[in-house]
Design a protein around this ligand. Structure first.
Ligand code: UDP
Length: 343
C-alpha cells in the first residue's frame, strides 16, 4: 500500500514579508519548520522573501489579515501583521486600527479552531508617554487615546486585551510580546524610523534630522536578538499569563544615536533640528527582568556592533539603487540616440 506523506501543518507568520517577519520566517525555515507567510504587502516586500521561496518549506499567501479568511490548520501563529513605523502606521490610521484589532481577532479564531498557540507582536507603544522608568509589564501605560499615534497604540492595546480574553474565555494559548525599538538589515530606506533615517542620511552626507532637541531616549535592539526572543517565547512552557517586554535595555538619547551614526559612517552630515511630532514619548527603556527569568533571554548585540552591520546593509542597498538608476539613464539615453538616428 502506498504511503501518503501528509505535509505537517505549518507555522503561520502574519506580516512575514516585513522587516521583523522576514527575519522570523528565515529563522524558522533554518530550523526546518514549514512556514505559511501571510502579508498584504503594504509595507512588506516579496524581495525580503527571495531566499526562502525555493526552500520547499515556505509558502507565501497575499492576505490582508483584517478581512476574514480561512486556513486549513496550523501548529502555531506569529502575528506580526501591522505597519510599525509611525510614518507608515499614521498614513492610513483606520486601516492600522483594523489590522491590529480585526487582524488579531481573525488569527485568534484560527488559533482557537486549530488548538494552536498564538504569539502576538505587541509594542512598547502600549506604555505611551511613560510615567515610570524603565517600563515593566505591570505598568498600565499612559496613552493619548485620541492622538495621531492612537491608531497604533490603542489598536495594539485592544489586540492585547482580545488575546487575554481568548485565553480566559476559550483557553487559547497566547503569548504577548511587547517589542521595543528594533533595527537591522531589511529596514526600508523609506521606513521613516530613526535608525534607518539617520544611517541613510549619513551615508548620503545629508543633514541628520533630529526631531525636537534630541534629548528623548530610546533603547535599540538588534533584529537577531529580537528574533531569538520571539522564538524562545513561543517555545516556552508553563504559566505565561503576562505580556512580556522584549528589547535591549541600553538606553540612548536620539542625539547620541545621531553622533554614533556619524562616527561609524565617517559622514560629513551635520545635525538639523526639526519639530518633535505630537505624542512622541520622552523616554523609553524596557525592564526585561521577566524575559531573563522566564526565557533565559537577553540581547547580546551592542548598539555599536548592530549599527555597523546595519550600515553595511544600507551601503549595499544604496549602491544597488545608484547602479539601477544609472542603468535606467543609460538605457533611456540609448533609446533617445536610436530614435534620433531613425529620424
Ligand atoms: N526621530 C528623529 N529623527 C528621525 C526619525 C525619528 O529624531 O528622522 C525620533 C522620533 O521623534 C523619536 C525617536 O527618534 O523620538 C524614535 O522614533 P522612531 O520613529 O524610530 O520610533 P518610535 O520609538 O517613536 O516609535
Amino acid at each position: 500500500m502506498a504511503v501518503v506523506s501528509k505535509e505537517p501543518a505549518p507555522l503561520i507568520v502574519a506580516g512575514g514579508a516585513g522587516f521583523l517577519g522576514s527575519h522570523l520566517c528565515e529563522r524558522l525555515v533554518e530550523l526546518n519548520t514549514s512556514v505559511l507567510c501571510l502579508d498584504n504587502l503594504v509595507t512588506g516586500s516579496l524581495a525580503n522573501l527571495e531566499a526562502l521561496m525555493g526552500t520547499g518549506r515556505f509558502r507565501f499567501r497575499q492576505q490582508d489579515i483584517s478581512s476574514p479568511f480561512e486556513i486549513a490548520g496550523c501548529r502555531g501563529i506569529f502575528n506580526l501583521g501591522c505597519p510599525a513605523s509611525p510614518v507608515h502606521y499614521q498614513a492610513d490610521p483606520i486601516s492600522t486600527t483594523m489590522t491590529s484589532v480585526r487582524g488579531t481577532y481573525n488569527l485568534l479564531e484560527i488559533a482557537r479552531t486549530s488548538g494552536a498557540p498564538l504569539l502576538q507582536a505587541s509594542t512598547s507603544e502600549v506604555y505611551g508617554e511613560p510615567a515610570i522608568h524603565p517600563q515593566s509589564e505591570t505598568y498600565w501605560g499612559h496613552v493619548n487615546p485620541t492622538g495621531l499615534r492612537a491608531c497604533y497604540d490603542e489598536g495594539k492595546r485592544c489586540a492585547e486585551s482580545l488575546c487575554f480574553d481568548y485565553q480566559r474565555q476559550h483557553g487559547v494559548d497566547v503569548r504577548v510580546a511587547r517589542i521595543f525599538n528594533t533595527y537591522g538589515p531589511r529596514m526600508q530606506v523609506s521606513d521613516g524610523r530613526v535608525v534607518s533615517n539617520f544611517i541613510v542620511q549619513a551615508l548620503r552626507n545629508r543633514p541628520i534630522t533630529i526631531y525636537g532637541d534630541g534629548s528623548q531616549t530610546r533603547s535599540f535592539c538588534f533584529v537577531d536578538d529580537l528574533i531569538e526572543g520571539l522564538l524562545a517565547f513561543m517555545l516556552a512552557t508553563g504559566e505565561l499569563r503576562s505580556p512580556m517586554n522584549l528589547g535591549n535595555p541600553e538606553e540612548f538619547t536620539i542625539r547620541e544615536l545621531a553622533e554614533l551614526v556619524i562616527e561609524l559612517t565617517g559622514s560629513r552630515s551635520r545635525l538639523t533640528f526639526l519639530p518633535l511630532p505630537s505624542d512622541d514619548p520622552t523616554q523609553r527603556c524596557p525592564d526585561i527582568d521577566l524575559a531573563r527569568r522566564q526565557l533565559g533571554w537577553k540581547p547580546r548585540v551592542p548598539l555599536r556592533k548592530g549599527l555597523q552591520i546595519t550600515i553595511l546593509y544600507f551601503e549595499r542597498v544604496l549602491l544597488e539603487s545608484t547602479r539601477r538608476a544609472r542603468r535606467r539613464i543609460a538605457s533611456a539615453q540609448g533609446g533617445l540616440e536610436v530614435s534620433h538616428v531613425r529620424r
